[in-house]
Design a protein. Structure first.
Lengths: 148, 120
C-alpha cells in the first residue's frame, strides 16, 4: 500500500472529517490531471454545480533521501511529499475545519510501511481560478524506502 | 627548585569567544557560497522542468532565484515566478503546473547534504 493510499484510507474512515467534507475525499487517480472538476468528480458538487467542501490527496514528489542509502543492499530512502488540498465555494471556515482534522489524523502518524508522516506546512488563503473555489493546501512529508 | 609553568598571552575566555565568532563566520561564508553556487543551477532546473506548455514563454523565462542575507547569520534562496499569474500556476488544478514546490523537494536535500559535507 502506498503512503498516499494509506493516508486516504485513514481520511475516508473518519466520520468527523466526512461530516465537513461533504464533497468527499479524492485522489489524483480519481480526478485525473485537472484535479477536482465537474466531469470526473461530480460527487464533489451540488445540484447547482457549486463545489462542496472536499479534500484531494496528491503525491507531489518522490525524491531520494541522501542520508538513507545502502548501495550494497540496493536500498534507498525516499522522501515523499504528500499534498492535501482543501476546497470550498466561499470563505475558509470549512477548509480550516478539514485542515485541522487532517492534521490530527496524519501528523506524527506512522502509515503502512513508512516512517512517521510529518506535517510540513500549509499554503493559506488561495483561490483556484479555474475551479472558481477557495483552496488551501497542507503538505506532509513521508519517509519511506525503495528496494529491489 | 626552579619554578615551571606557563602564562596566558591571551586569556582562554577571550580566545574562545574570538575563535567561536570566527568559526560561525566561516560557516556563514560557506553556506553563502553553497547558496550562490546552487542558485543559478536551481533556476535552470526550474526553467527546464516547468511542466506547462509555453504560449509566450514569459512564465518560463522569468522564473528566477535570488540569494539574500536575511539577517546577519541567515542565508535564503528565493525561488519565484516573474509573472503575475505564477500563483495560479502553483495552485490551480491541485498544482498541476507547479514548479516551485517540486524544485524545493528536489534541491533541499541536495543543499542540506552540501552543508553537512562542509561541516564534516
Amino acid at each position: 500500500m502506498s503512503a498516499l493510499s494509506a493516508a486516504k484510507a485513514i481520511l475516508e474512515a473518519d466520520a468527523t472529517l466526512l461530516a465537513t467534507s461533504t464533497g468527499g475525499v479524492w485522489d489524483y487517480d480519481e480526478t485525473g490531471r485537472l484535479g477536482i472538476n465537474r466531469t470526473t468528480t461530480p460527487g464533489a458538487f451540488d445540484d447547482n454545480k457549486v463545489i462542496k467542501p472536499c479534500v484531494l490527496l496528491r503525491l507531489r514528489s518522490s525524491e531520494p533521501n541522501p542520508f538513507l542509502q545502502d548501495e550494497g543492499a540496493r536500498y534507498s530512502g525516499v522522501t515523499e511529499m504528500l499534498e492535501v488540498w482543501f476546497y470550498e465555494d466561499s470563505g475558509y471556515s470549512n477548509i480550516e475545519t478539514m485542515r485541522d482534522r487532517v492534521w490530527t489524523l496524519l501528523h506524527a502518524v506512522q502509515l503502512s510501511d513508512t516512517f512517521m508522516c510529518l506535517w510540513a506546512g500549509d499554503v493559506r488563503g488561495g483561490r483556484d481560478t479555474d475551479l472558481n473555489a477557495n483552496v488551501e493546501r497542507s503538505t506532509y512529508q513521508v519517509t519511506t524506502k525503495k528496494s529491489a | 627548585m626552579t619554578q615551571t609553568g606557563f602564562r596566558w598571552i591571551r586569556p582562554p575566555e577571550q580566545a574562545l569567544t574570538e575563535l567561536t565568532e570566527a568559526y560561525v563566520a566561516a560557516i556563514h561564508r560557506g553556506v553563502l557560497r553553497i547558496a550562490q553556487g546552487y542558485a543559478p543551477e536551481i533556476e535552470n532546473w526550474m526553467k527546464g522542468n516547468a511542466p506547462w506548455t509555453d504560449r509566450t514563454g514569459n512564465a518560463r523565462q522569468t522564473l528566477y532565484t535570488e540569494v539574500n542575507h536575511v539577517v546577519q547569520s541567515m542565508v535564503e534562496i528565493v525561488l519565484s515566478h516573474g509573472v503575475s499569474y505564477g500563483i495560479y500556476l502553483e495552485l490551480n488544478n491541485a498544482g498541476r503546473y507547479a514548479i516551485i514546490d517540486p524544485a524545493l523537494d528536489h534541491w533541499a536535500p541536495i543543499l542540506w547534504s552540501e552543508v553537512v559535507r562542509m561541516l564534516s
